[in-house]
Ligand binder design. Structure first.
Ligand SMILES: Nc1ncnc2c1ncn2[C@@H]1O[C@H](COP(=O)(O)OP(=O)(O)O)[C@@H](O)[C@H]1O
Ligand SMILES: [Mg+2]
Length: 345
């Protein structure tokens, strides 16, 4: 069980500071709020808080508030008595009852209704609640840990979250750094996920990342944080020959020239009857690239477009590209595109 505590990797100062804070607050039995962008490890921190607490032998109960319909949220949390509503044939113990003597982790807390928030406040303050449809007041001893990727003080200002609940929950707030602020950890985590993926694929070893892939991994901004890193790494490992180091990386699995778009690309041409040549809009680039090859491809593409557009009249094509005829011929030679200088005269 306590092996769960070991699983978090990282050596960056920002991450080590968090681990220190977790170790300090874990034994206190007070409510803790974990804040962080998606994929930063909020769930792992919550379980770490439980397993480092004095109630680590008690139950660790999780509930994702965003995944539970509003109508059953109350009965999920506090339970219901038989006959509380149509279909409630048996008594149902809620998460608070089940977590008695342990920890209850409420993930994505910002999505709870005002009514549920009011009831949560009461359990936190007095340890008391009633099952839905029940008249008996029950008591429980539960350590509450909550997580959100939203700005709760801001939601409270907008009247969408109770200030008093926020005050009670946030005895201490652990704010997880996004991966882009943990540069030192990126390759460490990437290597870890890659080795695990190679094992999963039944491979004997993982041949590593090429230097340019390492560079790309470190400089990417990781909006989806560690979850995204894990996916990106696993994807490139399975796509790479087992003997070869990973030298290609695909950040966005949706990127494809055939990706359907919602709206047609904006046109910057007045002559609407001229069909838009493909590749005229700047699209997201899948780094790493070879810049020189990339520029070469782009130049050839634009030269060919200008030629097609001008029915192979090289002077007109040169004009379209803002080049003199001699400069234009220079490009044709450079890229071995020299043909009959049709329309040159
Ligand atoms: N420090 C870490 N070391 C190893 N894996 C991690 C670490 N932090 C997060 N992960 C992994 O990243 C993914 C996302 O973590 P999770 O806790 O679900 O994030 P969140 O709840 O903030 O969206 C999970 O697969 C988790 O195991
Ligand atoms: Mg989560």
């Amino acid at each position: 069980m306590r092996a769960d505590v070991e699983r978090m990797l990282g050596e960056s100062p920002a991450f080590l500071k968090i681990l220190e804070q977790v170790s300090l607050v874990a034994p206190l039995e007070k409510p803790v709020l974990i804040v962080g962008e998606r994929g930063t490890g909020k769930e792992l921190i919550a379980s770490r808080l439980h397993f480092l607490s004095n109630c680590w032998e008690g139950q660790y109960v999780k509930m994702n508030c965003a995944a539970i319909a509003e109508s059953i949220m109350e009965s999920e949390l506090f339970g219901h008595d038989a006959g509380a509503f149509t279909g409630a044939t048996k008594t149902h113990r809620g998460r608070f009852e089940r977590a008695h003597g342990g920890t209850l982790f409420l993930d994505e807390l910002a999505t709870t209704s005002m009514l549920v928030q009011e009831k949560l406040l009461r359990v936190i303050e007095y340890g008391e609640f009633e099952r839905v449809g029940g008249s008996k007041t029950l008591t429980c001893d539960v350590r509450l840990v909550a997580a959100t990727n939203q700005d709760l003080p801001e939601l409270a200002k907008q009247g969408k979250f109770r200030f008093d609940l926020l005050d009670r929950l946030a005895f201490d707030v652990i704010t997880l750094p996004p991966l882009r602020e943990r540069e030192e950890d990126i390759l460490l985590l990437a290597e870890h996920f890659a080795v695990n993926m190679a094992k999963e694929l039944g491979r004997e070893l993982f041949a590593g990342f090429s230097p340019n892939v390492q560079q790309a991994l470190v400089s990417y901004t990781w909006p989806g944080n560690i979850r995204e890193l894990k996916n990106v790494v696993e994807r490139c490992v399975y796509r790479t020959d087992p003997e070869e180091p990973v030298s290609q990386i695909l950040f966005d699995p949706f990127s494809s020239p055939y990706r359907p778009t919602e709206s047609a690309p904006a046109t910057n041409h007045a002559d609407a009857d001229q069909a838009q040549p493909k590749g005229n809009t700047l699209t997201q680039t899948d780094f790493p690239i070879n810049l020189k090859d990339h520029i070469k491809d782009r130049e050839i593409d634009l030269i060919e477009q200008a030629m097609t557009r001008n029915k192979h009249n090289q002077r007109k094509a040169a004009d379209d590209l803002g080049l003199t005829y001699h400069q234009f011929r220079g490009y044709l030679k450079k890229y071995n595109l020299v043909g009959d200088p049709a329309g040159a005269e």
